[in-house]
Design a protein around this ligand. Sequence first.
Ligand code: 5GP
Length: 226
Amino acid sequence: MSSAPHPFADDRHAKPWETVRRGLLMLVSSPGGAGKTSLSRRLVADFDGMTLSISATTRPPRPGEEEGREYFFKTRAEFEAMIEAGELLEWAEVNSHLYGTPKGPVMAALDAGRDVMFDIDWQGARQVAQQAPDDSVRIYILPPSWQDLSRRLHARAQDSEEVIRQRLALGRSEITHWDEYDYVIVNKDFDRAYADLIHIYRAERMKPGRNPWLPPFVQDLLTEGG
Ligand code: 5GP
């Protein structure tokens, strides 16, 4: 080994490729019911280095949703105060409700070298990608058919018929933005779609710019090789 001090030499046990990362922003969008929430939450559960961004919203909780787990539920006045105070990284109106990403937890995760997963609509994905183009990876999840999307929205039985109708209409306009994304996954089979999502994540993690430990590591290799 070279005797040059490695920038991360104080962490005696970890290999550089296990410690030094430049956080990645994974932005996952889809029409409601296409499986984006299950896919993104599964990736966060399976990868230690990833944090889920919990959004704030003025939408009322659905049955089974918990404060701080699915969302931070806010009144419109509270949400507007967050906008005023500059506490949101992005925000958008979706189906007459406001949704936004609290900035603090995202910054803290990135500072800690963690990756961040966002379950976010096309407007939010666009805003985040504009702010951090080099760190953002945008993934769009499509349903295999319209019938399948409608069936899934009915099957979860969380919304009234009227709300489902609105969500399907919203889905039509949401889908028109599919080509602004870096990757598109058709979620015909959950396991297959999830495997595709992992492939994307792993490949994106290996890009040189996301691994600041590489230049000193290669320098060490070259020094060693004389
Ligand atoms: P839902 O009400 O079904 O939970 O979410 C409706 C839409 O809002 C989904 O497309 C979801 O991805 C999006 N959404 C959730 N959180 C955010 C956010 O923080 N910002 C933006 N722009 N969209 C969000």
